[in-house]
Design a protein around this ligand. Sequence first.
Ligand SMILES: Nc1ncnc2c1ncn2[C@@H]1O[C@H](COP(=O)(O)OP(=O)(O)OP(=O)(O)O)[C@@H](O)[C@H]1O
Length: 233
Amino acid sequence: MIEIKDLHKSYKMGSNSLHVLKGINFSVEEGELVAIMGSSGSGKSTLLNILGMLDVLDEGSYTLDGVPIKDLNETKAAQYRNKFLGFVFQSFNLINYKSAMENVALPLYYQKVGRKERQEKALKYLEQVGLREWADHLPSELSGGQKQRVAIARAMAAEPKVLLADEPTGALDSTTSYEVMDLIQKINDAGNTILIVTHEPDIADMCKRIVHLKDGVIVEDKKITQVRASQYV
Ligand SMILES: Nc1ncnc2c1ncn2[C@@H]1O[C@H](COP(=O)(O)OP(=O)(O)OP(=O)(O)O)[C@@H](O)[C@H]1O
C-alpha cells in the first residue's frame, strides 16, 4: 500500500537547512495499524505529512497503492489524495458553524455526491462512531472525544484506503483516548489501513506495529504480537 525508499527531507531556515528526515525506508501493507513514535522534533509529523501528500520529499521515492507520487501533477495529486487518504488531527479541525452531520458530509460535497446521498452517508458514519443522535449539534456542543469521533466519521465518509492520524488522542484525557483508540481499532478490524503519530506508549501499544523515529531515522520497527485492547468499559 505504502512504500518509501531512502526518503530525505530538509527545511530551509534562513541560510541554514534543517535535515529532518535522513533516509527513511518503510513500507506498509493493506490492513496494518501502525504507530509512529519518537520524541518531539524527531520528524514524525513531517513523515506523516509527506505520506499524506501535504508536503513533498526532497530525495527518495514514495509509492502509494502502486503509483509513484512524484509522477503526479498538482491536480492529479489532489485527486489522488482525496480518493486515497483520510486525515485526523489532534485539534479535530471541525468547522465550528456547521453541525456534526454537515461536517461529516463535507468531503462528500467535494466528491460531488448529491445532497440526499450526502446526508444519508453522513448519518451512517455518525451512527458508526456512536453519534447518530448528535447529528444536528454544533462542535461547541460536543465533548473533545465526541469531536474527535465526528472528525473520524468525516475522514471515513470519503472512504479512504489509508487513514492518517496525527496525535489523534493528544488533546484528550486517557479514558476518552481509549474510546477513540477503540474506534480506530474497530475501523482497522474492518480492513482499513491506519497510521497514527503518537508520543504516548499506551496508545502505541494499541496498534499492531510500532515504528520508532529518532533524529530523522527509524531506530526500531516492531510488530506487536499482543495488541492491547481498549481499557475503557
Ligand atoms: N514547515 C517547517 N519549516 C521549518 N521547520 C520545520 C517545519 N516543519 C517542521 N519543522 C522542524 O522539523 C523538525 C521535525 O518536526 P516534526 O513536526 O516533524 O517533529 P515531530 O516529531 O512531529 O515533533 P512533535 O512531537 O513535537 O510534534 C522540528 O525541528 C521542526 O521545528
